[in-house]
Design a protein. Structure first.
Lengths: 416, 416
DNA sequence: CATGTTATGTCTATCTTTATACAAAATGAC
DNA sequence: GTCATTTTGTATAAAGATAGACATAACATG
């Protein structure tokens, strides 16, 4: 009955997933908290934590929290024990980065994109840039743990593909995961950019808020929702698509979607640029509009404020429907200061029932160009470090740790 | 070190919560499925299941599922091992029932309600009626497990109280749970009636649908949402409040909320009744409108169809925002056949992007007057039988079972 | 009625986890 | 410096859970 006993003295990583997940998600920062949060016994927690510390995945920070007695030693995921590759595909450029587990950007590149070149060529470009970034990151940050792709279109997150026609011709239903897995054998996550900005906003600024709405007002208009603390995607991943809600009127302008009176056609960057152009200004994108606003041109200020009221009209509908406790307004036009915001506030407080606005705050985003990248990283880390999934992850690290010993070669345990 | 060993031969219910929950929620119907779903070993499952069977909480049905070999014995919660008390407070009547764990109605009563009498008097009435129902149910159905209250107003489910002014004067912030706990020491659940109808519709008809919308078109208009398989309540429990979304126009009618142009003021039962009255018909409630529709009065038919288009306008907004895969239309006016539905469909398919309507179906509710009661029962059972909560429940049953033996008295292990 | 097939109960040695107690460590308050 | 206080590690016996083999049960099929 001699079974091949494997390294009986080395503590095993098996079963440490729960502990690891608690640390990774920030649910527990100290051993004492781990005890309480995991429900396991002191001895078990100590044993598993030691395995994690030995593997290098978790480290003890220098930071301590005063507690009246012996201070708490703060535990944290070792940010250098792995890295992620993320890419944000925009309409003109692709922003790529390698990120550690903080998450923070380790290195980044920008590629020009020819929208017309289609998914296959574009993903090839991305794959090559990823390979270069990975080569640098691997030297100091161990394994590649996942790949994230941010796209400016509706995405079916579960299947990992674009759904419906969009600004990216040829991407509809294209097998992105399959294409990227050719070069990398790690999980690939694909998500809509506004959803990722929503996650970034939520995770980094107001992680305790349960129900919030993020509205992006840029060249186009879109939104993302956190419902019950989690991103809400809807049946096809099209939830939050508020840009093409219609308000009919006699002068309803034609939208780029082919309908009349959409919110976008009234208040998006391209619509304001259109109106400014007809008044003799030179404007095409949201950026141009913002420039004119910053020059304090009265027409631009007026149109931005009016756009705020239009967006406020839709947002008031959204507030009635999902009853958030926080609305964050971001995107290029949100940098125009409080003009957009005041228009939004005006309509929301006018239209919604007091119950819904009683505890509602409406704020400007702390804008960052790379919020989609951070959002993607958070999304990935949450999934990679989910309690049910840490098993295979730790198996990989365990295998790697073993291979540093003069032992059997390792093999990835993940399927497909 | 002699510790008081308690009945070493009798299997313990401790730890059986997970098993019980799997059976109660229908996640596993046989021993084989329990094995797979729980991840526990065969011996452990057998032991715990035996404890549950011995306690009478779970029973083996006569039903078997063919499997090619020895057929699967189907397990089920013993519907007679406990009961619930539920009450649906309407604007004119209160419908009360004792329900078993199927859930099915065991016995029921109806009380008239004087809206003006306030929460204290009304809850006293309800408490007395509950006591009578409980007396009957206790003879055959063991313990009372929980109390559910359905109210026609926005409710903060977590705190268990009405929020905001409503058709029930004096109920705002009233401590309902505290009041009902005077007579009964079981968990009390308070929820909005439309949310409960949504749960009923979801659980009984389409339990696998992840994202759906239920719209009630009766004397008023409201909606409930299932997002990611769970009821979505929003920050204050006011999610789904679509009745007072405004559509401005020159002839915007005055709403009972004080604003102009609300959906309710255009399409609710009371609004149609108002329009019919001005055309010489005698109508006041949704019921009256339905009568005229069933008499095929052209004016009533026309107005109902127009109402459908108005409701369709809001619903199209909701579809853009939350992207459900199913919309169920219920309420009194939904009994008017396809008239309302066709108006809704017309607008939704006209207004929404193809992506959102591609897999969307819009159906009539299988109407039942008591769907709020059933919804309340499902809501309660899901919570009472949640894996984390079955521990104390089983402790109670264990105590009851022990006290029937001539043994040492048992003591509840739960705190407070 | 024999056979194949799947479901279910039970046994045993082995491994995990727990409870509990005790000891050591690291700080602030005095 | 001493003391109270809280965090953290470890040792021990007892309880709990597992794997995996085996036996039995209950049906469909031919």
């Amino acid at each position: 009955m001699a079974r091949p006993v494997q390294a009986p003295d080395r503590p095993t990583l098996e079963g440490a997933g729960g502990i690891f997940s608690l640390i990774a998600t920030g649910s527990a920062v100290s051993r004492a908290e781990l005890l309480a949060a995991s429900g396991l016994s002191r001895a078990t927690v100590t044993q598993r934590l030691n395995a994690l510390l030995a593997s290098g995945l978790v480290r003890e920070t220098e930071e301590t929290l005063p507690s009246g007695g012996r201070p708490t030693r703060v535990l944290a995921i070792n940010a250098t024990s792995g890295f992620l590759l993320v890419a944000n595909v925009g309409e003109t450029h692709i922003h790529l980065a390698a990120m550690d587990l903080t998450p923070a950007i380790l290195s980044q590149t920008t590629l020009p994109i020819s929208v017309a070149s289609g998914p296959d060529a574009t993903l090839k470009q991305i794959g090559e840039a990823f390979a270069a970034l990975a080569a640098g990151a691997e030297k100091t940050h161990g394994f590649l743990l996942g790949i994230g792709l941010s796209l400016p279109t509706p995405v079916d997150f579960k299947r990992g593909c674009v759904v419906g026609p969009s600004v990216l011709p040829g991407w509809d239903e294209f097998d992105i995961i399959g294409r990227l897995n050719v070069g990398f054998s790690v999980p690939v996550y694909v998500e809509n950019d506004v959803n990722l900005m929503t996650i970034c906003e939520h995770k980094r600024r107001v992680p305790t808020v349960e129900d919030m709405l993020f509205v992006k007002v840029g060249t186009g208009i879109g939104s993302g929702m956190i419902a019950g603390g989690r991103l809400f995607r809807g049946a096809q991943g099209a939830a939050g698509d508020i840009g093409h809600i219609q308000f009919l009127s006699d002068d309803a302008p034609l939208c780029r979607c082919g309908k009349f009176g959409c919110v976008e056609a009234r208040a998006a960057g391209w619509a304001i640029a259109r109106d400014l152009s007809s008044r003799g200004f030179r404007a095409e994108t949201a950026r141009d509009v913002l420039d004119l606003v910053e020059q304090r041109k009265p027409e631009a200020l007026m149109l931005l404020r009016a756009a705020g009221r239009t967006v406020g009209e839709v947002i008031s509908d959204v507030v009635s429907i999902i009853n958030p406790s926080l609305i964050v307004v971001g995107g290029t036009l949100a940098r125009g200061g409080d003009l957009l915001l005041s228009g939004i506030r005006e309509l929301v407080y006018q239209r919604c029932l007091p119950l819904a606005t009683r505890n509602l705050s409406i704020e400007l985003s702390t804008i960052r160009d790379d919020s989609a990248l951070y959002g993607a990283a958070h999304l990935m880390l949450d999934d990679i470090f989910a309690p049910t999934k840490t098993g295979e992850l730790l198996a990989r690290y365990g295998a790697a740790a073993a291979s540093t010993h003069p032992q059997a070669p390792t093999r990835a345990t993940t399927g497909t």
